[in-house]
Design a protein around this ligand. Sequence first.
Ligand SMILES: Cc1cc2nc3c(=O)[nH]c(=O)nc-3n(C[C@H](O)[C@H](O)[C@H](O)COP(=O)(O)O)c2cc1C
Length: 392
Amino acid sequence: MPAEPLLFTPLQLRSVILPNRVVLSPLCMYSARDGLAGAFHLSHLSAFARGRVGLVFTEATAVEPRGRISHGCCGLWNDAQAEAYAPIARYISALGSVPAIQIAHAGRKGSARPPWDGGLPLQASDAAGASPPWQTVGPSAEPVGPGWPAPQALTEAEIGEVIEAFAAAARRAANAGFRVLEVHAAHGYLLHSFLSPLSNRRNDRYGGEIGGRMRLLLEVVEAVRAAWPRELPLFCRISSVDGPAEGWRIEDSVVLARELAMRGVDVVDCSAGGVAGPPAYRASDTGQALESRSERGPGFQVPYAERIRRETGVKTMAVGVIVDGRQAEAILQDGRADLVALGRELMYDPFWALHAAEALGADPERKLWPDNYGWAIARRAEIKQQNAPRPT
Ligand SMILES: Cc1cc2nc3c(=O)[nH]c(=O)nc-3n(C[C@H](O)[C@H](O)[C@H](O)COP(=O)(O)O)c2cc1C
């Protein structure tokens, strides 16, 4: 490993300098009321900033009420929600990390229970518990899968309203103090469901061949880019592949990445799956759908980030079972991605970045640790060494 690991080398995107290349992947927490972030979100997200994650993403934040996955999802369809996010963005910045937000529309995967309640669609009986189901929307009246209600197919006029809702959310995100914005176009939610031939059966301008299926996302990105400050970076998360051969393919993602870059997207965040479909493709614990658990080996989605980066020259973010500092460093060193995002590993260890820095020799004097922790952690190391069993 070089003296200065790439993982802990800053990266400039437009006017924003990320202090390192470790990213908290967006993580739905299903813990908001009326779409408002609160004390939980402040303590949850700031933990990662304290742990020196360079770029800290909020969870998928809905651009309109019916675009939530569950009643507990955060939203950005009114100014009160932006005001609730503002102290969180400010505090993440104060800790030295860059606050980022993912804006989303759940589409036909909305109106669901949180995963710890099964993640299935809300039923009429949930109304008694004050969690009534709502009418979801999608490209076509095709349900996600067996047991899911049919969404209402959006009209062209309604599509225009969704585009405006994304732009309005982008304006509020800037007002709230976020400095990176990501459009969520993955995991079978609304924008992905328009991209995929498995879910988009339209025969108007927003369906048919790839150009029609990409139209909604590209119009959203144009509107968001116009609403989001020019000096701030824009990311787009895509499902690089659907899984089934007749679905969205990596070749399509290469075409899409070029179109996104032309419209001012700075980083393509390369996830996969989630559109559901045939019974073999079931919703997984991450809201994605993949053929089998055995496919999810370490870095299983990195090849998508690598191929898109190589074939388009667009910056990419790799995500998915990145667990170890050396693995993350190798992804960057080998030029397979520009950023690495972690979800579950950071939930397990919010100080993962500091531990990775130690393992990579990037922080011999523990300067990365916050001052009020660093001196005590150094003392802890001395005591550990003193107490280590001596060779006999
Ligand atoms: C609890 C949980 C919530 C998630 N919520 C989101 C989300 O809001 N938006 C999103 O794009 N992906 C979401 N994901 C997917 C993660 O961002 C990430 O892509 C996935 O977990 C793979 O990375 P990992 O193996 O490091 O966890 C979620 C995953 C988990 C485990």
